[in-house]
Design a protein around this ligand. Structure first.
Ligand SMILES: [Zn+2]
Length: 172
């Protein structure tokens, strides 16, 4: 994030995405505007049910997964990656939820207490390749959300008078 030249293209980028991504993006922007943040997105998802995020070791090539249980969303993020990739992975898994990609498994969090049945894990792992359209959607949405969130953080860091003039500039 270097400044106002990066403010321009995220809305145009969002419009070029598959329709479901564009819809979710617009919906989040209508709700949160310039205060879009990961914690606001999690709050929004938690209107459905709580989100539990865990950090753990994972097989080579995997950075995260999300499982919908009856009472919670359970997200696992690979622990030995840098913070930027952790953020992108969290946004990717949240995007699967926001885009309605995942079916809910008939288990309660307390029933399984982190011991996710192996067949459910493999279900998720097998569908989780970047060749699939759903992965492309999740990654696309995560990417525009990441850019927008960083823009919001940047704007929030500026003095009001500068912020207003930049916003006027990129809304032209
Ligand atoms: Zn995925």
């Amino acid at each position: 994030m270097t400044g106002s030249d990066n403010m321009v293209n995220v809305e145009r980028l969002a419009k070029s995405l598959p329709l479901p991504c564009h819809r979710v993006y617009n919906n989040l922007l209508n709700l949160f505007g310039d205060s879009l943040s990961i914690s606001n997105i999690i709050d929004y998802v938690e209107l459905q049910k709580p989100v539990i995020v865990d950090y753990s070791s994972m097989d080579v090539g995997r950075t995260g997964l999300v499982i919908s249980l009856t009472d919670v969303y359970y997200i696992v993020i690979r622990e030995d990656i840098n913070n930027k990739r952790k953020t992108m992975t969290l946004l990717h898994e949240l995007s699967h939820i926001l885009l309605n990609h995942i079916k809910t498994e008939n288990f309660l969090w307390n029933d399984i207490a982190k011991q996710i049945p192996i067949n459910i894990l493999y279900d998720h792992i097998n569908t989780d390749t970047y060749a699939s359209p759903l992965e492309l959607e999740a990654e696309s949405l995560a990417t525009v959300l990441d850019i927008k969130i960083r823009q919001c953080e940047y704007l929030a860091s500026l003095p009001t008078i500068v912020r207003d003039s930049i916003k006027r500039e990129y809304q032209k």
